[in-house]
Design a protein around this ligand. Structure first.
Ligand SMILES: C[S@@+](CC[C@H](N)C(=O)[O-])C[C@H]1O[C@@H](n2cnc3c(N)ncnc32)[C@H](O)[C@@H]1O
Length: 241
């Protein structure tokens, strides 16, 4: 969705919900709190930290400016920020915002990388589980794990992906040694760090697979086209360019 459409839509939705709840004589905390929660939840649509702040804070700020919320205590204005921080703890802002792996993005992977039944795959930074679903589709006989720093995302992902083991963890602090494949959909800036960690921890023959972002210093084993994107496939021990 082109920016600023996600912000405008969220604000309109939040206001419509507020007016509806008011017309139903909901208590003020509910009438204001529910649209604030909606805004904080939809903040995941923002591609950058600032966009998420704009999306999440639009309704509460415009409500404050409108004077309709005079009864709300001052501390309550911190609520959306707290919710945003819960959804996106600060250290994940440096890494990658929530962009899901598109459906079908990994369908070419099994032809390039054969994994034995029971192989252990991790989606490092699994978000809401779109990557886990694609990995499970590509390797139905593999064991699939997800690591996610944001606890609400982890909880939602675990609900959505019952086939996977989903843990709240920092991908950089986690131990990658047991995995046969580490899947990443992070950021260009994170890729060298990921490659260094994978080189230090992955056993020979294990794979690092990155959607969209390559490691410029490494020679990929395969590069799979996915629409306008690419899937970069590296096998340990990595080959330097
Ligand atoms: C671009 S999204 C990809 C989501 C998922 N892998 C997919 O492809 O559908 C990146 C995810 O990584 C998470 N993340 C970023 N840094 C992290 C870290 N250090 N530890 C754990 N998760 C992290 C973010 O919260 C976000 O959910």
């Amino acid at each position: 969705m082109a920016w600023p459409l996600p912000a405008l839509l969220t604000w309109v939705l939040a206001w419509a919900l507020f007016l509806l709840l008011q017309s139903l004589h909901a208590p003020p905390v509910v009438a204001m709190g529910v649209p604030v929660l909606l805004g904080a939840g939809l903040a995941v649509l923002g591609a950058t930290p600032w966009r998420r702040v704009f999306i999440g804070s639009g309704f509460p700020l415009s409500l404050a400016a409108s004077g309709l919320a005079a009864a709300v205590p001052a501390w309550a204005w911190l609520l959306p920020l707290v919710l945003l921080a819960l959804l996106y703890p600060l250290n994940t802002w440096r890494d990658a915002p929530l962009f899901p792996t598109p459906t079908g993005a990994l369908q070419g992977l099994p032809a390039a990388v054969r994994l034995p039944p029971g192989a252990l795959i991790v989606d490092a930074g699994c978000g809401l589980g779109a990557g886990l679903i694609e990995l499970h589709r590509a390797y139905p006989l593999a064991r699939v794990e997800g690591l996610e720093w944001s606890w609400p995302l982890r909880a939602l992902c675990a609900l959505r992906c019952r086939f996977a083991r989903v843990r709240r963890a920092d991908i950089w602090a986690a131990d990658w040694r047991g995995y046969d494949m580490v899947y990443l959909f992070q950021r260009p800036e994170s890729m060298q760090r990921a490659a260094d960690k994978a080189a230090a921890e992955l056993k020979a023959g294990a794979w690092m697979v990155s959607l969209e972002f390559e490691v410029p210093t490494l020679k990929p084993q395969a590069v799979l086209p996915v629409g306008e994107r690419k899937v970069w496939v590296y096998q340990a021990p990595f080959r330097k360019r």
